[in-house]
Ligand binder design. Structure first.
Ligand code: EPS
Length: 388
């Protein structure tokens, strides 16, 4: 599995090409659209999401609803383009009348300044348009297709919000993916503890009134992942490393932990290693899961537990100090429309990016041109592991 996305935030559309999905997967477009709608939601979003109604169009790689094994071609329209069709037109020449809304005062913490320096852009909109997290809509669509493949293999995962700004949300490490899915649907913060909702709404509203923004932490739990995905044999085959890279590749993510992560550093080995057990019916297991489902860069059959830290969004309504790239005069950064927090969409994006990496390693490990063959191979592999 591999993928590439293209498209600017206020351009005509987002485009995605996803290769390596086995033939024979019945695509559930309604499920993709439901996931896209979820990503658009969450308390703390700005006004752009009132304009967008993300819907997937599949224009290649699928026939009569079933994948062909060829690359999937995917489109999501940007409805806001109708307001930007002059300024963001891909083909009309650059004239004074369609060159409006230039950005010359870079926002600290955003890609604006370094992106302009690197690519030689004098209008930082050329950077903002692609560095925008709008792109993650396509990653979520691609991730949902990968989740549909994983569901066929009885592998399930969920991403949810663990912390917003300084506020940690009560967690329960014993909940299943299904239980978490039910709990997070009961509020618009994708959190487990319904009692925290009102105070977190107030925190986000107060932050908005202050012209400020908030980040947070998201958790991902993946269940029934077979042992032995990834490899200890070379650094770049370790799956935990690949997951960390993919998650760090999401806008605004500044940290990734697997299992106990940084807290493992404070403990004794005897407190952190997950002791080994064996049962005649279920085979090999661990008596705890401090290592988050990984040993030697390989899955060990325990649930994958991953955390990602998101920094607060850099677009502030009460802007910070910057310098105009044309005049070199010190000025406040440009104010652009934005969200107060995007931690809810981030949880969905991280979930889907993890799904893509797991689907990727599975299709690399097992024969995967056809879904039925992949199912059979994985089932016999699971059986082999059980008997080991
Ligand atoms: C974003 C700024 C906002 C967000 C956008 C990401 O867009 P706009 O500048 O049009 O108001 O709404 O996110 C999305 C459009 C999306 O679909 O998630 C940014 O600067 O990254």
């Amino acid at each position: 599995i591999d993928y590439v996305t293209a498209g600017e935030s206020h351009g005509p559309q987002l485009t995605g090409i996803l290769s390596g999905i086995p033939a024979g997967l019945k695509l559930d477009l309604a499920a993709i659209n439901a996931e896209l709608t979820q990503r658009q939601g969450g308390f703390g979003r700005g006004n752009r999401q009132k304009i967008e109604h993300d819907v997937i169009q599949v224009v290649g790689g699928v026939r009569h609803g079933t994948t062909l094994g060829s690359p999937l071609a995917l489109i999501i329209q940007n409805h806001d383009y109708q307001h930007w069709s002059k300024i963001m037109n891909p083909t009309t020449p650059n004239t004074s009348s369609n060159n409006l809304r230039q950005i010359t005062r870079p926002r600290p913490g955003h890609a604006d300044l370094v992106g302009g320096m690197k690519y030689g852009h004098r209008d930082l909109r050329n950077v903002l348009e692609r560095s925008s997290a709008r792109e993650t809509a396509m990653r979520v669509a691609i991730g949902n297709i990968c989740q549909q493949l994983l569901a066929q293999l009885d592998i399930h995962l969920v991403g949810y919000v663990q912390q917003i700004g300084p506020h940690q949300i009560t967690n329960d490490p014993n909940l299943s993916v299904q239980q978490i899915r039910e709990l997070i649907q009961q509020n618009d913060l994708r959190i487990l503890d319904q009692n925290s909702v009102a105070s977190l709404h107030e925190l986000i509203l107060q932050t908005k009134r202050n012209g400020d923004t908030l980040g947070g932490v998201v958790n991902v739990l993946a269940e029934n992942v077979p042992a032995g995905l990834g490899s200890y044999t070379s650094w770049n085959t370790k799956l935990d490393g690949r997951l960390a890279g993919a998650v760090m590749g999401i806008n605004a993510i500044k940290g990734v932990e697997i299992g106990a992560g940084f807290t493992a550093a404070q403990k004794y080995g005897s407190q952190i290693m997950d002791e080994i057990a064996w049962h005649p019916d279920s085979g090999w297991t661990r008596l705890s899961n401090h290592l988050g489902g990984f040993e030697g860069g390989m899955t060990n059959g325990m649930p994958i537990v991953l955390k990602a830290a998101m920094k607060p969004l850099p677009t502030l309504y009460r802007p910070l100090r910057s310098v105009d790239i044309k005049t070199k005069i010190a000025q406040k950064a440009q104010v652009e429309r934005s969200d107060t927090t995007a931690i809810v969409p981030a949880a969905i994006v991280v979930e889907n990016v993890v799904a893509i990496e797991i689907a990727k390693v599975i299709t690399e490990t097992f024969a995967s041109s056809n879904l039925n063959r992949l199912k059979q191979e994985l089932a016999s592999y699971r059986e082999e592991l059980r008997k080991y």
